[in-house]
Ligand binder design. Structure first.
Ligand code: FAD
Ligand code: SF4
Length: 397
């Protein structure tokens, strides 16, 4: 049982006011609540403390000498999985929503923190505490924008709930772990997804307009393991745009500064992580970090088919070459980008090696971003595991 300590309260910050993390704020929602009192210790962009919080959540921090720990964080088990009957309209096959529904209907938790969208805008996030399976299902699919999931923390306390499941991305979960003991809960389950390259709502609009042929009809998109962005449109049609054809020059400042300085791609502090990037195309990737994560996965196991994780190829050259290409904002003509996509898909990294490719490319880019824009933060803000990953590559000044 989590110990319940009395907590201090402060006045929540006004919507739209400047946040303590300034331009690095990821709008995680903490500062919209009286838990803003703890922001200096809790904010992922002010006080990086992944190793300490791993110890608190999982009983140990990652072993930097173990290659899987180094890249994917503390883990008991990894696998590829997919629902035998996928949930229609989910981001992938709906494993996250299915686990949340089982946790709620079995009575293990009384509510689930998740993020629906507003009635007017399918991409505008609206965090809720779901208390029915319908409310969980209404939160399925990514809102690919910064989402203030923790803004409902005051409601959690006021509701008197004692057993809660929170679904969220890394920066939200770091702040949550930092205030976990103050929430008055008996049991907290944390179900995370990996997260990278998130954007503000305005940034999303720019991305869609620059990249898709029909930005207004996009309902869903993902950067896939076949090195293409897959857009799904309202009429059910699919549009694929190769990564190498993206207009990098235009898109360079589209990503939120928080996401350009984030090193918690794999959601190190969640009990269970459900993504896709370490799995073969069409499958989801599951990382069980601790016993609580296993308990959650067990709830939905009968609805899943699984296979062991695999790893193929060598990412290192592709990552090294992508560093100057990104710096120069190289955009290939579409025919060349498509051709390159086809070749890389055939011979490129697969499974866990694809996940490492994506982690390496983003960590090197983000390391350079922090070094150039916030040099005073570089030493403390970049966790030791990320420094080791980045040190495998030659970086420009
Ligand atoms: P569903 O059953 O559709 O449920 C999705 C859940 O995500 C919902 O419960 C909802 O509450 C929650 N959610 C939606 N939007 C947000 C948000 N903005 N913030 C917090 N929670 C949210 N996986 C990878 O392997 N590699 C990646 O690079 C990667 N990038 C991602 C970027 C973003 C911005 C997000 C939100 C997720 C990303 N993921 C990534 C995770 C992946 O896209 C899927 O969300 C995950 O595999 C779960 O799929 P599902 O079908 O089981 O989810
Ligand atoms: Fe506050 Fe969260 Fe922004 Fe940090 S990231 S300043 S905790 S809202």
């Amino acid at each position: 049982m989590t110990s319940v300590l009395p907590h201090q309260k402060a006045k929540a910050l006004k919507p739209g006011s400047r946040r303590p993390a300034k331009e690095l704020c990821s709008e995680c929602g903490l500062c919209d609540t009286y838990y803003v009192h703890y922001v200096k210790e809790a904010c992922a962009f002010i006080h990086q403390q992944v190793a300490e919080l791993e110890e608190q959540a999982h009983g140990r921090s990652r072993n930097l000498e173990n290659p899987d720990d180094l890249y994917f964080g503390v883990n008991q088990k990894m696998m590829a999985a997919r629902k035998t009957q996928p949930i229609e309209g989910a981001q992938w096959t709906g494993i996250v929503s299915s686990i949340a529904i089982e946790m709620l209907t079995s009575g293990k938790v009384e509510g689930v923190v998740c993020v629906q969208n507003t009635a007017e805008d399918r991409f505008q996030p609206m965090p809720v505490i779901a208390r029915t399976p319908e409310e969980i299902l209404a939160a399925r699919v990514n809102k690919p924008t910064l989402s203030p999931n923790l803004s409902i923390l005051e409601q959690v306390e006021q509701s008197g709930m004692k057993r809660l499941l929170v679904i969220g991305v890394g920066c939200q979960i770091q702040a949550l772990r930092a205030v976990e003991q103050k929430l008055g809960l008996e049991k907290l389950y944390v179900l995370g997804t990996p997260c990278v390259d998130n954007v503000t709502r305005a940034g999303l609009q720019k991305f869609l307009e620059t990249t898709s042929k029909s930005p207004d009809t996009v309902v869903h998109y993902e950067f896939m393991q076949d090195f293409q962005v897959h857009f799904k449109h309202q009429d059910g049609s699919e549009e694929k745009v190769p990564f190498f054809g993206l207009n990098t020059k235009e898109l360079k400042d589209v990503f939120a500064p928080s996401c350009l300085s984030c090193f918690d791609y794999v959601n190190s502090l969640a009990d269970l992580v459900v993504g896709y990037m370490g799995a073969p195309f069409g499958w989801q990737w599951i990382v069980v970090r601790n016993d609580r994560g296993q308990e959650m996965l067990d709830m939905a196991m009968s609805q899943l088919e699984t296979q062991p994780v695999m790893s193929k190829g060598d990412r290192k050259n592709a990552v090294q070459q992508s560093i100057p290409a990104y710096e120069k904002g190289v955009t290939l003509p579409m025919w060349a980008a498509k051709l390159m996509g086809v070749v890389i898909e055939k011979v490129g990294p697969k499974g866990l090696e694809y996940a490492r490719f994506s982690i390496d490319s983003h960590f090197t880019r983000n390391y350079l971003y922090v070094k150039r824009h916030h040099p005073e933060k570089l030493e403390d803000h970049v966790p030791e595991y990320a420094k080791r990953i980045v040190s495998q590559y030659r970086l420009p000044e």
